[in-house]
Design a protein around this ligand. Sequence first.
Ligand code: AP5
Length: 208
Amino acid sequence: MKGIVLLGAPGAGKGTQAKLIAGRYSLPHISTGDILRSNIKEGTQLGRLAKSYIDEGKLVPDEVVVAIVRDRLAKPDCENGFLLDGFPRTTAQAEELDKFAQVTHAVDIEVDPAEVVKRIAGRRMCRCGESYHISSHSSPYCDKCGAELYQRDDDKEETVAKRLEVYAEQTAPLIGYYRDKGVLFGVNGMKSVDEVFAQIAEVLDGND
Ligand code: AP5
């Protein structure tokens, strides 16, 4: 049973790697960012609340995201393992998670701050869930569904600066949290997507 959390700064490549990991290990990919964005799109009460935080680069309150993840992990597809992307993001969230799930691997994707800024600035999204980078995908349309790509609202320069500050203050301490528990695995995120995935697969295959 694998209980994986992906750590890493905004733009480090968590979503990119999560898709590959979920495919290879048949795990449900649970991204709190995706869940919140889909609520914003649907105009739910949760979405309206989340938008006020996300647009400013701040974290949505712990109790809100903990409740989302607790409900999601109670679903039958999580019985044999899970992959969390973007959760936990604070020590309080990590402590709550420990009460209802077992983390076997905390994979930290290590990327230089200058590189994450480049990755976020060049990221383009599709409403179908695909994500691209302008350096490797020059078309303004999605390869998968043909829709026009767009930039995430919180990928604007001033919001990115705030997200990075919040990451350093509130999320980076989780590296020590999981190291102390003996489940931290750092990977070099400065390599290509395939090379980063190879490092992660080595970690996951070697620690069943
Ligand atoms: P969330 O959606 O989780 O955003 P994030 O953590 O800031 O991460 P990103 O989605 O920006 O980046 P990523 O690491 O997934 O990188 P990606 O693979 O896309 O959260 C958004 C907001 O929601 C938060 O700010 C907060 O407000 C709220 N929220 C979410 N969870 C919360 C929680 N638990 N508590 C409270 N609030 C919460 O890659 C980035 C780009 O780089 C792409 O263009 C990609 O193609 C490219 N790329 C990826 N890997 C490589 C590589 N190896 N080489 C070159 N390019 C690469």
